[in-house]
Design a protein around this ligand. Structure first.
Ligand SMILES: *Cc1c(COP(=O)(O)O)cnc(C)c1O
Length: 417
């Protein structure tokens, strides 16, 4: 082969990808080159409306001036210094997180570099809540908390865990019902982990009143309530965090995806007494809290606040729900989620096909399971992007429906509720 660093990517990059990347990754359909706002372009110059946003990561969309300015100005000062030194962006971001989470003065922040790392820190926090033989950790069936050993042990999808067993012990997965919650929590439970909306499972909402009940029962038994806001947090639901919609405060919250608009970062924020559990030297991270990631996160959170993107997430979420229910397609069975985290429940297991057809219509969406399409667009989307989504999604649905005209049984052809 005669490749050099200046050779453009070959037409056969799909083959190359499969040869150089670990087999754990599926070969992507597109190779992307650049983006602007809610749009991206592939290496062949085709334009796509990005309504997945790097899976709820690109809060400000692509190439946002605030993101660029924060990256370049901080990179010109300090990128990394290790935890032997403090930086202003790190401390200021911690202050900001304590404010927007509601943890306040008695809260504390730990920085890592990903969602999984935030949940690993939370898992260790749970282990430290161990007085009088508290060894049980509860998590929900079908939940997703990450791919590292601890976060995977918390994940309620057996097929993800099984090849890597044995898991770190102590985790039990319970049904997502108020009855199962009440039955499972006792004085031997160290912590309950819960996502306000199960994003990876297919944007599955919790039963009404679940978080309030979880707050009450965990407090009664001295267990920590740890809310995984890695997908739902940072304004996506129209509040800073999903638990705020339920009007509760947890003992700890994990944050990552949208926090720095695409620059890797994760955080564990503790509330009240949970802030006293970690002792000096019990946890750390070489890259965690580095000035680059924390400066960018500070700028992204500042822009979300300045531009009122929580309101925008609410408003655009409502508009998208209106469009989806208005389509009146027999394929669209229900619309789940809150704000700009939306799950479109399909009446047939054709989600992969639909997302492939949508891609051909210039629309990036994804299929977290067979019968769900997930939308997690940038929080900056406006009238133009919402309308364009409507046009492209409608076109994709029409094409797929035409292909499947004979295979959709009539009894499932109910309009969306
Ligand atoms: C994405 C996600 C994680 C894992 O985050 P990574 O950054 O991929 O490690 C954990 N929990 C939830 C709810 C997520 O959506």
């Amino acid at each position: 082969m005669t490749t050099s660093s200046t050779t453009p990517v070959a037409q056969d990059w799909h083959d190359t990808f499969g040869h150089v990347m670990m087999g754990s990754l599926a070969t992507p359909q597109l190779m992307l080159d650049h983006g602007r706002g809610a749009y991206v372009w592939d290496v062949d110059g085709n334009e796509y409306l990005d309504f997945l946003g790097g899976i709820a990561v690109n809060s400000l969309g692509h190439a946002h001036p605030v993101l660029l300015e924060a990256i370049t100005s901080q990179a010109a000062k300090l990128v990394h210094i290790s935890n032997y030194f403090a930086s202003r962006p790190e401390v200021e971001l911690a202050q900001r997180l304590l404010r927007i989470t509601g943890a306040g003065e008695s809260g504390r922040v730990f920085f890592g570099n990903s969602g999984a790392e935030a949940n690993e820190a939370a898992f260790k926090l749970a282990r430290l809540n161990n007085a009088n033989g508290r060894t049980r950790i509860l998590a929900l069936k079908n939940s997703f908390h990450g791919r590292t050993m601890g976060s995977m042990a918390l994940t309620g999808k057996p097929h993800m865990r099984e090849p890597f067993e044995p898991m770190p012990p102590g985790v039990e997965h319970i049904d997502s019902t108020l009855e199962a919650l009440e039955a499972a929590v006792d004085d031997r439970v160290a912590a309950l982990f819960v996502e306000p909306i199960k994003g990876e499972a297919g944007v599955i909402d919790l039963p009404a009143g679940y978080l309030a009940a979880a707050r009450e029962v965990t407090a009664r038994h001295g267990a920590l309530l740890i809310v995984d806001e890695i997908q739902t947090g940072v304004g996506r639901t129209g509040e800073w965090f999903g638990y705020q919609l339920a009007g509760i405060l947890p003992d700890a919250v994990t944050v990552a995806k949208g926090m720095a608009g695409g620059v890797p970062i994760g955080a564990l924020v503790t509330f009240g007494a949970a802030s006293e559990l970690f002792a000096r030297g019990q946890h750390g991270s070489t890259f965690g809290g580095n000035p680059l990631a924390t400066a960018v996160a500070g700028a992204v959170l500042g822009e979300i606040e300045r531009a009122d993107l929580l309101d925008n997430a609410r408003l655009r979420g409502e508009q998208l729900r209106g469009i989806l229910t208005g389509i009146g397609s027999p394929l669209v069975r229900e619309v789940r989620g809150t704000g700009l985290l939306i799950g479109i429940g399909l009446s047939e297991p054709v989600a992969d096909e639909l997302s492939a057809v949508a891609l051909r219509h210039g629309l990036i969406i994804n299929a977290p399971n067979d019968s769900t399409i997930r939308l997690a667009p940038p929080l900056i989307v406006g009238d133009e992007e919402v309308a364009e989504f409507g046009r492209r999604f409608r076109a994709a649905l029409a094409e797929l429906t035409a292909q499947h005209a004979t295979s959709i049984p009539t009894e499932t052809q109910g309009a969306v509720s």
